[in-house]
Design a protein around this ligand. Structure first.
Ligand code: G3H
Ligand code: 13P
Ligand code: ZN
Length: 340
């Protein structure tokens, strides 16, 4: 099965009433973890690469690893998505290389941290929609701005400063024709999202529900959706790490989101924590080890476990064989005929 359109994955998820995890990758082991978890749980999946991932791994390595993934796991529908594209040029280069989906994050200026204007966001997103849909690729836009700049994507400071306005969201979708919409509801990237278990004061699920009521046919995307489980933090700290106490987004809040239009759930940090904990454990318990396989294998297994758990919790498990993926050319024809 070739790489498939993210739009088709999300349309099917909407029909089935489930969410699809979008997991970030930077290397072979992370791709293998995700594919093994998808096989074990029979899940369709979104694999995503940030600009940093593309430059770390070199585009061509990443792309060919993904081709290996679809060749080796033919039963799994996989979309390859550009996470947080900072400009139309970034999105264009991803599509030209074979990504089947891109995020044009026009909520920020190309520096990835300065909030932009609504007009700028509409302009760059429309540009990307035009070029992507002509090739059958999917576009995710963002309205409102995530908090935090731990990883260089977000406005910094107060995560509630730029929560998505439902009127603006509706207008943005109407003007741009995006396939999926990322919204800001108080989350941020990275491990340090909340200083205690989040309540409605800091994690605005009511706002998400309001947006879904305004836009019942739009696939919503939750960024910054790692749950930062205590157990993963404990492994790191038990073996010499120094994470400060922190809370992520509880899985039950994500599930509430999924019941209210969330179709794509972005998770990176939980996998980073799992990998780091597993590697620290080997280094601590077997300081004599120096074969990278002795720590990368448990790291890969630890990430697979987290991904499989999320796939089950988001509801995508068991849905890999539900539909025949359409070639991108067929998706392009559907966009041209205004069926989508
Ligand atoms: O969007 C955030 C993801 O966690 C990717 O982060 O830019 O450090 O690769 P990154
Ligand atoms: P986390 O840092 O919560 O895993 O979020 C990842 C993300 O939103 C990638 O775009
Ligand atoms: Zn994100």
């Amino acid at each position: 099965m070739p790489l498939v359109s993210m739009r088709q994955l999300l349309d099917e998820a909407a029909k089935g009433g489930y969410g699809v995890g979008a997991f970030n990758v930077n290397n072979m082991e992370q791709i293998q973890s995700i594919m093994e978890a998808a096989r074990e749980t029979r899940s369709p999946v979104i694999v995503q690469a940030s600009r940093g991932a593309r430059s770390y791994s070199n585009d061509r390595f990443l792309y060919h690893l993904m081709l290996a993934a679809v060749e080796l796991y033919p039963e799994i529908p996989v979309a390859l998505h550009q996470d947080h594209g900072n400009s139309p040029e970034t999105c264009k280069s991803a599509i030209e290389m074979g990504f089947t989906s891109v995020m044009m994050d026009g909520s920020l200026m190309p520096d990835g941290k300065t909030p932009s204007t609504f007009d700028y966001n509409v302009k760059v997103t429309c540009e990307v929609v035009e070029l992507a849909h002509a090739r059958g690729a999917t576009v995710e836009g963002e309205i409102g701005v995530l908090g935090g700049i731990e990883d260089g994507h977000g406005a910094g400071g107060d995560a509630l400063a730029h929560v998505t306005d439902p009127d603006q969201a509706a207008e943005f979708v109407r003007l741009t024709g995006v396939d999926a919409l990322a919204i800001a509801i108080g989350t941020s990237h990275g491990a340090y999202k909340f200083t205690r278990k989040p309540t409605g004061e800091v994690l605005k699920m009511d706002r998400l529900i309001e947006i879904h009521q305004r836009l019942p046919n739009t696939h919503l995307v939750m960024h910054g959706s790692s749950s930062v489980p205590q157990a993963l933090q404990d492994v790191i700290n038990q073996y010499g790490g120094k994470l400060r106490p922190t809370w992520g987004v509880p899985v039950e809040e994500i599930q509430l989101g999924i019941r209210n239009g969330v179709r794509k759930v972005n998770v990176d940090t939980d996998n980073r924590l799992a990998i780091t904990g597993a590697i620290r454990k080997v280094f601590f318990e077997k300081p004599e080890e120096f074969d990278p396989r002795s720590y990368l294998k448990p790291a890969r297994e630890a990430m697979k476990k987290v991904v499989a758990e999320r796939m089950t919790q988001f509801g995508q498990a068991g849905h890999a064989g539900d539909y025949e993926p359409l070639p991108l050319a067929a998706m392009a024809a559907r966009y041209a005929a205004r069926e989508l």
